[in-house]
Ligand binder design. Structure first.
Ligand code: ZN
Ligand code: ZN
Length: 355
């Protein structure tokens, strides 16, 4: 699995005319090596793959990355210099997004004969298409997330603080086997539900609230992402209408997902559904994003995106409508693009839930 990934990267490295690539992005390094330590970098050349790290991680690196040569350094700066010299490299690519200006300055100072070439997205472009093992892990993360949603429903009632709900949710998910949450859970009630990225706070749930619950877990390094909006007490006609509209838009988008589909067109279709009801300006964020080792990765699903969906991509579909001071609704599922269309990984119910 890791060998295949490195081979695919190698093809790109050669295509770019590089003697090698320094991989400093932590998740990119993990993707290619399986190594989960907090320090180290990878050097991939036409023939070799070297995982460089320090004393603390040497044993772990050897165990997690048997397909790579493990090189122990005193400092990353020194290790990198020695490696590019012994490998007699001339043009070395580096991940510009994951390298500080300061580090680059030091590399240039230490190795003036080398041409350092900034690269962007070489490993990320490989990560966009998931293999079976990655999909299996994401599916497990999605299942646990669904369990979390079912569990937390019983805690939702008037008088309970948002932050208590978020805490209970996190405890439950960890207890059930999550390595961690993929981001701090969002529990946004009443007017807070109009803030797409609200932080759970002191506010207590009240009858008449929408509650947006947006959360996910990490299982075997892979993330999940789910949003459901539930209702405390009896919903008003306007609330039912808005909920129904978001649900309809989300179901429309799910129906559009498939290989070869232009993400901007799907995003546009959703906006047209909202525009027909005069609420288009209340959907101010993108339709979704890729999910994998990171909670936000490629592809981006928005009107400005030029990405096209391919089988094996794992993306969210998450339209929402937000009315300042009144509240908001978002419904988000995690799906894998298949050769036919898509398979929805998150299975929590979507009909309006009253608690
Ligand atoms: Zn989410
Ligand atoms: Zn999301």
């Amino acid at each position: 699995m890791f060998e295949t990934r490195i081979e695919r990267l190698r093809a790109k490295i050669l295509e770019e005319g590089l003697d090698g690539l320094i991989v400093t992005g932590r998740k990119n390094r993990e993707y290619l090596s399986g190594f989960t330590g907090s320090a180290g970098f990878l050097l991939v050349t036409a023939e070799e793959g070297v995982l460089a790290t320090d004393f603390r991680y040497e044993e772990q690196a050897k165990a997690q990355s048997p397909h790579l040569e493990v090189y122990r350094y005193e400092t990353p700066r020194d290790g990198l210099s020695r490696l590019v010299k012994t490998k007699k490299m001339g043009i070395v690519g580096f991940e510009a997004v994951h390298t500080s200006c300061w580090d680059l300055g030091e590399w240039e100072e230490d190795n003036p004969a080398i041409t350092w070439r900034p690269m962007k997205g070489l490993v990320e472009s490989l990560r966009i298409g998931k293999d079976e093992e990655e999909i299996r892990r994401i599916r497990q993360a999605a299942r646990l997330t669904d369990k979390g949603f079912a569990h937390i429903l019983q805690y939702l009632r008037p008088g309970v603080q948002e932050r208590e709900i978020a805490l209970e949710l996190e405890f439950f998910l960890r207890r059930e086997g999550a390595e961690g949450v993929s981001f701090a859970p969002i529990v946004a009630s009443g007017p807070n539900s109009a803030l797409p990225h609200a932080r759970p706070g002191e506010r207590v749930l009240e009858s008449g609230d929408f509650v947006v619950l947006d959360f996910g877990v990490i299982v075997d390094g892979y993330c999940s992402d789910l949003t459901r909006t539930v209702f405390i007490g009896e919903a008003s006609d306007r609330q039912r209408e808005i909920y129904g509209l978001v649900l309809r838009a989300q179901q429309y988008a799910l129906g559009q997902v498939g290989p070869g589909k232009d993400v901007a067109a799907i995003d546009k279709g959703v906006r047209e559904i909202f525009a027909a009801q005069g609420v288009a300006e209340h959907f101010g964020h993108g339709l979704g994003h890729g999910v994998g080792l990171e909670i936000h990765e490629g592809p981006t699903l928005s009107s400005r995106s030029t990405d096209e969906l391919r089988a094996g991509m794992v993306v969210t579909i998450e339209p929402g409508l937000y009315f300042p001071g009144w509240g908001g609704v978002r419904i988000e599922d995690l799906v894998v693009v298949t050769s036919q269309g898509c398979r929805v990984l998150t299975q929590s119910p979507k009909e309006l839930i009253h608690v």
